[in-house]
Design a binder for this molecule. Structure first.
Ligand code: EPZ
Length: 429
């Protein structure tokens, strides 16, 4: 298993190109199941989760071709992939594949809308919390599906097709909003989703679906309206930049000090975390090329933060912020409201000498004058990268084990950071 070795202490200076967003790429790729024509997606990140979804979609009958490099493409340019689901050859998404990545459960929406049948394995437990699928099932039932659970599979049938309905989510859910929006594009009549997720990835998916012929208004607000159409067609769409990757590097620069341009990053998708970074003591400047983060040697200030659905502070940046606050002068408080078990990085951060106290969903972070490098173990995607951030600022050597978690969501992290002056390398093994 690969490991990442870091020698901390260097300031970060330079430019980091931001890749296409994993959490937009996954639903966009799944949307290819809605049409028998070709959906071309540009700026797809080269990540383990994207590769796994390619296998899952291939199993349903999606043909994929990858375009070659174009003149002017840098070595970190994203991939352009044509996805064509001319015929759905298999409406079952098996346990072996779905259990590896929760988002693959989302194929249930397009399969049901187009083929009127889907059999998809329950995604099962996940390291960051129980993550049930009840709200997906509620929404699909409201669109007219009959749902049964058989031997660990969700079997969904809509013999006469789906029909528009009012879907009111009792809780904001990104995944079920994606799925309901996709399913409703081919339903008869109008669907109204209330208390919809407002995440930028929802807007990106809606924009792509509209290019494919869907009639959607309101994406990005809490009420989305979808007027069903008979069929969707092919389209070209560029995946939005990854706000979580950009926010992660922003935290890293705030932690080490330095001056970095996050090339391609969109301020509007990161307003709240960047506001927090400013409170902590970084200088944040939106530019034509992206977002510039600067911090001189000044002290970091403590803050109190609660994770919330967009536009609030994202749960996907909570671990990284916690790593940063370990070095603040004073005591910070973090409240995690989205997932019940997303503090597994706490015990690993403690190996660096961090002082963090947990009480249910609340973490108290008492800043310490210095962190010391240590061997640590990655537990999930965002937790792993918080350990990298701590390692970049710690004295001495840090070894991050189990980096396959990082490869799920961060494209060539060690290259991007070492080009900005960090001492970081991957050790194959
Ligand atoms: C998406 O997960 C993201 N994944 C997550 O990113 C992100 O942390 C999360 O949204 C919140 O922003 C992708 O986009 C691929 P939810 P999702 O449905 O859709 C509960 C990362 O690190 N819930 O918005 O699975 C659920 O348990 C990942 O990139 C139900 O109770 O999240 C959670 O408490 C991790 N029943 C809350 O809603 C349901 O049927 C929000 O989850 C569905 C969800």
């Amino acid at each position: 298993m690969d490991r990442i070795r870091i020698v901390g202490g260097a300031r970060l200076n330079g430019t980091i190109p931001i890749s296409g967003a994993k959490n937009a790429a996954l639903p966009l790729m799944i949307a290819s199941l809605l049409t028998d024509e070709t959906l071309t997606l540009a700026n797809l990140p080269r990540l383990a989760d994207v590769a796994l979804l390619k296998r899952i979609l291939g199993n349903h009958g999606v043909d994929m071709t990858v375009s070659g490099k174009r003149i002017g493409d840098g070595d970190l340019a994203g991939e352009t992939v044509q996805l064509t689901a001319r015929t759905i050859v298999d409406t079952t998404a098996p346990y072996e594949l779905v259990s590896k990545m929760r988002a693959s459960f989302w194929v249930i929406g397009p399969l049901l809308a187009r083929e009127h049948f889907a059999k998809v394995s329950l995604p099962g437990g996940c390291a960051i919390g129980t993550r049930p699928v009840d709200l997906f099932l509620m929404a699909l039932e409201q669109l007219g599906a009959e749902i049964e659970i058989e031997a660990g599979y969700v079997v969904a049938r809509a013999p006469n097709g789906l029909r528009g309905a009012h879907v009111d989510f009792p809780k904001v859910t990104v995944g079920a909003t994606h799925v309901t929006m996709m399913a409703a594009t081919l339903a008869k009549g109008e669907t109204v989703i209330t208390n919809a997720a407002r995440e930028p990835e929802i807007v990106d998916l809606a924009e792509c679906l509209i290019k494919m012929g869907a009639k959607i208004t309101g994406a990005g607000t809490s009420t989305i309206r979808i007027e069903g159409v008979d069929r969707l067609h092919g389209a070209w769409h560029e995946v939005m930049p990854d706000r979580i990757e950009a926010g992660t590097y922003a935290m890293a620069v705030a932690m080490t000090g330095g001056d970095v341009l996050l090339e391609g990053a969109r301020y509007d998708t990161l307003a709240r975390p960047l506001e927090i970074l400013t409170e902590v003591g970084a200088e944040v400047t939106p530019t034509n090329e992206g977002i510039r983060i600067y911090r001189n040697g000044a002290d970091l200030k403590p803050v109190d933060v609660t994770t919330e659905p967009f536009p609030g502070f994202p749960t996907d940046l909570q671990a990284q912020l916690m790593a940063l606050l370990c070095r603040a002068q004073g005591t910070s408080h973090i409240r995690e409201t989205i997932f019940e078990n997303r503090f597994m990085h706490v015990q690993e951060l403690a190996r660096f000498g961090a002082e963090i106290h947990l009480d249910g969903q609340n973490a108290t972070v008492v800043g310490v004058p210095a962190l010391k490098g240590a061997p640590v173990m990655a537990t999930d995607l965002r937790a792993s990268v918080s350990l990298v951030i701590a390692g970049l600022a710690a004295e001495g050597e840090t070894m991050v084990n189990r980096v396959y978690h990082l490869d799920r969501g961060f494209e060539r992290l060690e290259d991007k950071l070492s080009r900005c002056g960090a001492t970081i390398e991957r050790i194959a093994g």
